[in-house]
Write a protein that binds this ligand. Structure first.
Ligand SMILES: *[C@@H]1O[C@H](CO)[C@@H](O)[C@H](O)[C@H]1NC(C)=O
Length: 378
């Protein structure tokens, strides 16, 4: 009795120590990374060519841990320091009158091996060749723009001559470990975000456009393709193959699910071809697979129209064809969803969620197949 209680109290002691350790690790991590609360700006202050004391600070973009500091340092002079994780990508902050990316000017910085480059870009359009380096409407103060890499963070510091900066800020971050080339051509951003901002009150406002910006075309394409090709088609296949006993409901639900899946998938393909492929790896194979899936799915739709009567002799061949093209399309679709998620360098939550779906689907199919096997043996 006594021994048992002492061992349980020592294990709860151990648990408590572990918790304390975890808390300290979390706290020290928080203090080693830059934030408005635990500022690390002082560690780079002497590398920034202007005084950064008593800047105002906002947690500008929480998803990517962007911290923006700024101050009206002189009449018609505004100074900024953007701090963001250094993941071997560029970081950018743009200024816009209406919150639109097109027509805005952005300060972009990157620092491979600690050697920093800062350039201004003018965003003439959404495609890569319309983003021009060394152009823009911001009056950057000469020799005051630097980017410093320190403790895994980039500090992009610059001053602009203006009475009051434009009221919308647009942030973007490039793909990881993929830097602009020597001509300054930017790889397509991995993520972006925008908000309206009152520099006097320090309050950021979400705008309708910033919602759109946080949900770019890549994500729309990805979600449509995932739902259409990657989730609905496999579920529709299950209804047709394993719920035959529910005549005629299996047929209508199979038709309805595949039809919705086809429409969503088709929309995903159309959107996919409107995404700028520059700077994305494996995009050719992803597109080829996407087209193959669309062709197969379209053949399935046509096959439905040309379905021979149940009593017809060729029906056996038609069944074989319909079932196998369907299976091939589904396997390609699941693979291509994973490929797309890696190309987009999508957040783990999406990859894990889809992985869970795919695993559950595989297990369900295996279980249904076994059940069929035994049922046939009876
Ligand atoms: C910004 O905030 C200041 C101070 O709170 C306020 O006086 C001003 O009207 C605001 N500007 C805009 C454009 O909302």
């Amino acid at each position: 009795m006594a021994a048992a209680s002492s061992s349980s109290s020592s294990s709860s002691m151990r648990l408590l120590l572990l918790c304390l350790l975890g808390f300290c690790v979390a706290l020290s991590h928080q203090q080693s990374t830059d934030s408005c609360r635990f500022s690390r700006l002082n560690t780079v202050a002497d590398l920034v060519p202007f005084d950064t004391r008593s800047f105002r600070c906002i947690a500008a973009w929480k998803d990517e841990d962007f911290v923006l500091r700024y101050k009206n340092t002189a009449p018609s002079e505004w100074s900024f320091v953007l701090s963001a994780p250094d993941k071997g990508s560029y970081v950018a902050v743009g200024f816009s009158g209406k919150g639109l990316m097109v027509g805005s000017s952005a300060v972009v910085g990157w620092a491979p091996h600690g050697k920093g480059t800062v350039k201004q870009y003018y965003l003439g359009g959404k495609s890569q060749d319309e983003v021009s380096p060394n152009k823009g409407l911001l009056k950057l103060v000469k020799n005051k723009a630097v980017v410093v890499s320190h403790s895994d963070r980039l500090y992009l510091a610059f001053q602009i001559s203006t009475d009051y900066p434009q009221p919308h800020l647009i942030y973007s971050v490039g793909p990881e470990n993929n830097l602009p080339d020597s001509d300054g051509v930017l790889p397509v951003h991995r993520n972006m975000y925008s908000h309206a901002f009152n520099y006097t009150s320090g309050i950021a406002y979400k705008t309708a456009d910033s919602l759109d910006a946080g949900f770019p075309r890549q994500r729309q394409h990805g979600l449509l393709a995932m739902m259409g090709w990657g989730v609905l088609l496999p579920i529709g296949m299950i209804t047709a193959r394993y719920f035959r006993q529910l005549e005629p409901y299996w047929f209508y639900s199979h038709m309805a699910i595949q039809a919705i899946g086809y429409i969503l998938g088709l929309a995903a393909v159309v959107l996919g071809f409107r995404i700028n492929p520059a700077g994305l790896n494996n995009i050719d194979i992803h597109r080829a697979l996407g087209v193959a899936i669309l062709v197969m799915a379209s053949l399935q739709v046509l096959a439905i129209l040309a379905r021979p009567d149940k009593t017809s002799k060729v029906r056996r061949y038609w069944n074989w064809y319909h079932h196998n093209i369907g299976r091939a399309a589904i396997l390609l679709a699941i693979g291509n969803v994973f490929l797309g998620l890696t190309i987009a360098q999508e957040v783990n939550a999406y990859i894990v969620s889809y992985g869970v779906f795919a695993a559950v689907w595989v297990l369900a199919v295996a279980a249904f197949e076994m059940k069929r096997c035994y049922a046939d043996d009876d």
